[in-house]
Design a protein around this ligand. Sequence first.
Ligand code: ADP
Length: 624
Amino acid sequence: MRRTRHGWQLIVFVGAILLPSVALVVVSQRTMQQSLELAGKRRLDEQRAAKERIAREMLARLESLKRAASDPQIALVARVESGHLLLPWESDPAVRRFRELTARPPAFAASLSRGEQAEFAGRDLDTAARSYAEALRLSADPLQSAYSRLLLARALGKQRRTAEAATEARQVLQAPVDMVDEDGVPLSVEAAALLLASPADRTAIRRVLTQAAEARAWQSPIAAFTLSNLADQLQQALPAEHQAWIKDFRGRLTASIRLQEQLQALQNDAARLGLLEPRKSVWTFYQGAEPWLVGTDQAADGQVLVTVVRALDVFRPFEAAGNLHFFASTEPGGELLADDFPGLKVLFAGAGAADAPGSRLTNWLYYGALFVLVGATAFGTSLLWRSLRREMELAETRSQFVASVSHELKTPLTAIRMFAETLQMGRSQDKEVQNEYLETICSECERLSRLVNNVLLFAKIEQGKSVYRFRRVALADNLRRAVHTLSYPLAQHGFELRMDLDEDLPAVNADPDALEQAVLNLLTNAMKYSGEKKEIDLRLGRRNGEAVIQVTDYGVGIAAGEHARIFEKYYRAPTPENQSVPGTGLGLTLVAQIVRAHGGCVDVESAPGKGSTFTIRLPLASET
Ligand code: ADP
């Protein structure tokens, strides 16, 4: 019957909780996975379409830039000549002009070269200054006069004719910045270098440097080096009010030198990147001090033109509109934008379906629901498991109880039958022996009735029936009656029972039969668990306004861990000594219930091998 019930519970649990939960988990997991895959695919499709659109729009924008003659986004348009990307300073018309004007007319050119010869090879500064002055006289063009004056100033300076040198240099300082020497360095900048020591000229020098730095988008490396060298020297010499300016100036200079280096690197990489051939609609991404998009085209005259566009300006509107980011293909992540843009990658923010905010929320919901489901199932399982275990334990103890009751019934019945049959057959004629047999039969009958009383009382209490009839009871009498009931078995087993009863104790309000039953149970236990020491003490006294009944034995004792449990129903301490002692596990349960019903309490003091003292405390009737 019980087994079937457990079977049913298991079937109900599996059918109602476990199977639906597992099915739900599996189904939702699959649905989740499918929706994630779908969302991922959709995102990929969207991104592919977005990439195509962006590439198309970017291409159109760049191609239109290529056609525009000038645009702030265009960093440079350079020609390819004999397989070589020509950098701005390599084809500077101002430099060409300088070369032309310093070579003609021959008299002028001769004076210049005589001067340089004397200045550098002969170290004859007088002759040098004279030759440069002659060249100045011969000059027919402002550039010629500015250049020869510059050389004159330099020679005079070397001769320590400082004032004359400064006068000449000051005139050159006024020369326009597009008047440059063969290295692309403005003549005014060279003059400024000669005037560095003169505080009066600092404002003019500052103006010249600023103009020179701003005049050209691309300085020649030597011009940039000269300017930065000058700025370094100037920083040492300038007073505090110029420091902020020089710092800013140097900063800009450094930035333009970096771009210059990037351009030189591009020149070196041009062949590798395929920039020497005209390729329509292809824009190579080139990352350096700043990112560039480099396109090539064929000019009307057949020459290859290379256009360098500042990529950040091109990217900005796309990055602002969509949640995306462009970067070099050498970096990890992202994907190539399109074949038309070699070296350029794009990364969409939140790429990967699982990162999308919508799907993240769904994920959370899903895992939350799953967590609640699994939690509820686990909770249900644990409750069910506990109730099953409790029931199984109860079933176990009940069957043990039935076995021990049967056993307890069998022993006295066998004895009664044996002695009765002996008497019946008249085997023993000795009167004394016959009396002994009869007393044994009576004692066994009493034992039987005690057992039956215990079981009946327990059953009534379990059913919640009121079983007590209270009246005033003299405890000493009550205890004596209990001892009398046990006098035969006590004597038979050789027990010494010492009694110490306070006869003056006032009466208590109690059910005398129930109380006797409780004391009998304690005394019977004292006998059962006495071991070798067959001594029992029964005391009655008062303490703190309570009647105190104590039963002490000197037997096997009880481990501290068992003290609370021995009062549970059906419980028997699982010690080897107890195995041989018959019992039902009901005795102390009843003691506790009876004493509680009398408004008292029972406890035990005991240790293994040291014996036990059970103490019942009852409120005294007169004191209540
Ligand atoms: P039982 O029928 O087994 O004696 P009880 O409820 O009277 O049932 O006692 C419960 C358990 O308490 C016993 O099985 C025994 O292990 C322990 N016990 C009770 N009284 C004593 C005692 N005087 N000495 C040692 N152990 C005792």
